[in-house]
Design a protein around this ligand. Structure first.
Ligand SMILES: NC(=O)c1ccc[n+]([C@@H]2O[C@H](COP(=O)([O-])OP(=O)(O)OC[C@H]3O[C@@H](n4cnc5c(N)ncnc54)[C@H](OP(=O)(O)O)[C@@H]3O)[C@@H](O)[C@H]2O)c1
Length: 333
């Protein structure tokens, strides 16, 4: 056998091994582990779950899922009206208790004293750090409107909320020697995401923070898991659900199977395949994947900018009825 043939054979073995172990990991984390009773029973952790960004999308789906499993839920978002409606629906549907806290996570440290005061009497087993915000559409960092203030709000909402809520609840969990903290990051944290650099970097913080913190908290019996969704059909993504874009409920149900089985997980099986594929492509042909990501996000930006320009034109020239069109710019993941 020539040296070239040996290298070719080794490469094929490596490729086969990578594919087989990835398939086994997919099967174990999405189905087998849970079926074998290896995932976490959240009811044993405490009687309450706290969810940030809980009135819509992924956060609401987590609140409903934990309520379905019998936990009382604390819902945290900005709008008191929406919070009260969602709380009432959850109480009626699942027969659990709820508590609501209206805060804006784009604010600074001051909100955490108020949140802490409203949580101190509860036996909290689960914290879901879900709240997050993104750009209205992919944009060059240097062209973001009011970039300084926007980036500060983004960091408060996507980073400070995670550390602030964790610092509030982790000490008691460590004392009880049980608890689960789920941090919602994004696939953009680990994939090339030009024109979303601030958003994806805040989500990369969440991923790294979760990984390293989980090494600390394993000594206290507290589980930290980071979830990295690709597109989910919510107000933020503005995508309709499809095979690759699950509804929030599909996404959360899928992710529940992986609880305690992985520190960092795309959560949903299709997203796992997508991210696995991208990671493999990145290790062989990073420049090509980066180029594809660039063109994809740049074309979304171009469409959004055109839509904004049309909106401005319509505002300047309203139609005969005097109404101007109400066209929104499509937000993205
Ligand atoms: N959807 C996706 O495709 C996708 C993909 C990857 C990662 N993610 C991540 O998943 C998480 C949830 O996203 P989503 O798509 O479910 O969002 P969503 O549908 O827009 O829901 C956001 C929730 O957060 C609340 N919220 C928003 N800004 C807030 C603020 N400043 N303070 C307090 N509450 C606030 C909203 O309620 P109020 O408006 O009443 O405050 C709502 O309940 C985010 O961290 C996001 O980055 C989403």
């Amino acid at each position: 056998m020539s040296a070239l043939e040996v290298i070719g054979l080794l490469f094929c073995v490596y490729l086969l091994w990578s594919i087989v172990s990835a398939l086994f990991n997919l099967l174990y984390t999405c189905y087998l582990g849970n079926a074998l009773g290896r995932s976490i029973d959240v009811k044993k952790l405490g009687s309450w779950a706290v969810i940030t960004g809980a009135t819509d999308g992924i956060g609401r789906a987590y609140a409903e899922e934990f309520a379905r499993q019998g936990l009382n839920v604390v819902l945290i978002s900005r709008s008191l009206f929406k919070l009260q409606n969602v709380a009432r629906e959850i109480e009626t549907q699942f027969g659990v208790k709820t508590r609501v806290i209206d805060v804006d996570f784009t604010s600074g440290r001051e909100i955490y004293d108020r949140i802490g005061a409203q949580l101190q009497d509860l036996d909290i087993g689960v914290l879901v750090n879900n709240v997050g915000m993104s750009y209205n559409y992919p944009e060059f960092l240097c062209y973001l409107p009011d970039a300084g203030a926007f980036c500060t709000r983004l960091m408060h909402c996507n980073i400070l909320s995670v550390t602030g809520m964790t610092l509030l609840l982790l000490p008691k969990m460590a004392e009880k020697r049980k608890g689960l903290i789920l941090n919602v990051s994004s696939a953009s944290a680990v994939l090339p995401s030009p024109l979303l650099s601030m958003y994806s970097s805040t989500k990369a913080f969440v991923e790294k923070f979760s990984r390293d913190l989980s090494l600390e908290t394993q000594h206290f019996g507290v589980t930290i898991q980071c979830v990295l969704p690709s597109f989910v059909a919510t107000n933020m993504s503005k995508f309709k659900s499809s095979l690759t874009v699950p509804s929030p409920t599909q996404f959360v149900r899928g992710h529940m199977n992986t609880l305690g089985l992985e520190v960092s997980s795309p959560g949903y099986w299709v997203h796992k395949i997508q991210i696995g594929f991208y990671n493999m492509a990145l290790s062989f042909a990073r420049p090509i994947v980066e180029r594809i990501a660039w063109y994809g996000l740049f074309s979304i930006r171009t469409r959004a900018v055109r839509r904004q320009q049309r909106l401005k034109m319509t505002e300047v020239n309203p139609d005969k009825t005097g109404n101007s069109a109400n066209v929104g710019v499509q937000p993205i993941q």
